[in-house]
Design a protein around this ligand. Structure first.
Ligand SMILES: C[S@@+](CC[C@H](N)C(=O)[O-])C[C@H]1O[C@@H](n2cnc3c(N)ncnc32)[C@H](O)[C@@H]1O
Length: 341
């Protein structure tokens, strides 16, 4: 199998101390009770968690309790843009690596190793990046998801999709094609994973499809047919199709979008909604260790999923906390700080 090499790669595997969470502990600094408790979750005593801390320390601290128990992970880490992201005059986070790709890959690979350990056997991982580092990350993920870890390889899992999220925002230079997409890599730990295409289906619709014949039924309704391997398949225009891996129907958030909470790299809730609906069940546990504006926990809360969200930034934690407090919460949440010892 092809593998990616970079300086220091051997150190990207978390040490056993990190894996066992012995270097960091979580201290609860605030408890927010439920506004509209749902009986089943209230009975379990579960509390969602917003954690402030550096991603490796947080993930290592979660391992003793959550190894193999997270159903869905979405991350939107720094992309190696070489920029600082601010809100007003305040730094939200720095994505400067002094052009040191080795350092970035080391950082990202160490994160991915820990996330793999936290992922349930039937769990899914979505990694949101762009043209700068997607290609390296895909090779790193292939290696992590193929390698036997903790004594056991995920059977039949690995790469599922490279999702292209196509948007219109930003400028257009004249020296190359305009870069108008992010990439979301979708991996599963095994062949047995949750995927609900019917929840996110697109209506087949009435506009012309080159590979299908258009018909009218007796009521004047449009339907489509296609002949494949000697059989004819027919579909009504109201039938649902599994979305393709190119998503151009979800708009980037505009500066004045009412959904915006001011966090620099905020992603639209519609993006997370599609991912959570397809790849998790109600009450499943969702993790995002770069939660920024709080989009993942906010969507998880709305869809009745349990969540753990973390970020190291003060602005990220205050934005996420404020966003969650504005929701009709069904489940209590705690705010924790990750302390390294
Ligand atoms: C691209 S933003 C995430 C945006 C988020 N998905 C949203 O829609 O708002 C990346 C986040 O990673 C956080 N971050 C960067 N380095 C980190 C680290 N070492 N540990 C924890 N969080 C980190 C930043 O504070 C920032 O909020």
């Amino acid at each position: 199998m092809a593998e990616l090499q970079w300086r220091g790669k051997a150190l990207a595997q978390p040490t056993s101390a990190q894996s066992q969470g012995t270097q960091a502990r979580l201290m609860t600094r605030e408890t927010q009770s439920a506004l509209d408790p749902v009986a089943e979750l209230a009975e379990t005593g579960w509390q969602n968690r917003l954690i402030q801390g550096e991603r490796l320390e947080v993930l290592a601290a979660l391992l003793p309790e959550f190894a193999g128990r997270i159903n869905l992970i979405y991350i939107d880490p720094p992309f190696m843009t070489g920029r600082d992201f601010k809100q007003g005059g305040q730094l939200a986070y720095s994505d400067r690596w002094q052009g040191n790709l080795d350092a970035y890959l080391q950082w990202l690979a160490a994160t991915l190793h820990l996330l793999y350990q936290l992922l349930a056997e039937d769990g899914s991982l979505y990694v949101h990046l762009d043209w700068r580092v997607t290609h390296y990350t895909r090779v790193i993920l292939d290696e992590i998801f193929a390698a036997p870890q903790s004594g056991r390889a995920g059977v039949g899992g690995g790469f599922q999709n490279e999702i292209i999220w196509h948007y219109q925002s930003g400028g257009r230079g004249s020296r190359r094609y305009a870069r108008k997409h992010d990439t979301i890599l979708f991996y599963t730990k095994s062949a047995h994973y949750c995927f609900h295409s019917e929840r996110i289906g697109e209506r087949r619709g009435e506009h012309k499809r080159n590979h299908m014949r258009r018909h009218l039924d007796e009521q004047g309704q449009i339907f489509w047919s296609i002949r494949t391997h000697g059989r004819i398949y027919t579909y009504s225009s109201d039938s649902l199709m599994t979305p393709s891996d190119v998503w151009s129907d979800i708009s980037h958030l505009h500066q004045r979008d009412p959904e915006r909470n001011g966090y620099a790299t905020q992603k639209p809730a519609a993006l997370l909604e599609r991912i959570l609906l397809a790849s998790s069940e109600p009450e499943h546990l969702v993790l995002d260790c770069f939660c920024g504006s709080g989009v993942t926990p906010a969507v998880a809360e709305r869809l009745g999923r349990r969540w753990i969200a973390s970020d190291q930034g003060d602005l990220a934690i205050s934005s996420t906390r404020a966003r969650l407090l504005a929701l009709p919460r069904r489940v209590p949440f705690i705010v924790q700080t990750c302390l390294s010892s």
